[in-house]
Design a protein around this ligand. Structure first.
Ligand code: AMP
Length: 107
């Protein structure tokens, strides 16, 4: 079971931002920006590469709602998904990092 599945199951607490039947958004425990939230499917899918494009579309629509709740839809934000070893993925459960709340550095 991934740590994110344990969060979905309520075994590990999280600071929730938004939730629906399919997806959950919660604050990252080690924020890399003023606002750093993770958006995940509740069902464990390993990574972006393994994900059904339809699910990715639905997750994108969910993220559009999450950033409205966070109040950063107008100011802007960055979404990142790390994939696999070279992508630096630590948790093998598809997630998008949502970063914002301040001017982010270029990379
Ligand atoms: P990645 O390196 O893309 O797999 O990112 C995993 C992210 O999960 C990191 O930014 C961690 O800080 C975050 N993380 C790990 N455990 C927790 C947790 N219990 N609650 C919130 N975020 C977490």
């Amino acid at each position: 079971m991934t740590i994110f599945e344990r969060i979905v199951a309520g075994e590990i607490p999280c600071k929730k931002v938004l939730e629906n039947e399919q997806f959950l958004a919660f604050y990252d425990i080690a924020p890399k920006a003023k606002i750093h939230v993770l958006a995940i499917p509740k069902q464990c899918i390993k990574d972006f590469q393994e994900a059904d494009p339809k699910l990715l579309g639905e997750l994108s629509a969910f993220i559009q709602e999450v950033v409205k709740v966070l109040g950063i839809d107008k100011s802007g934000y960055r979404i990142i998904s790390n994939i696999g070893r070279d992508g630096g993925q630590e948790v093998p459960h598809l997630h998008f990092h949502i970063l914002g709340g301040e001017k982010l550095g270029s990379f």
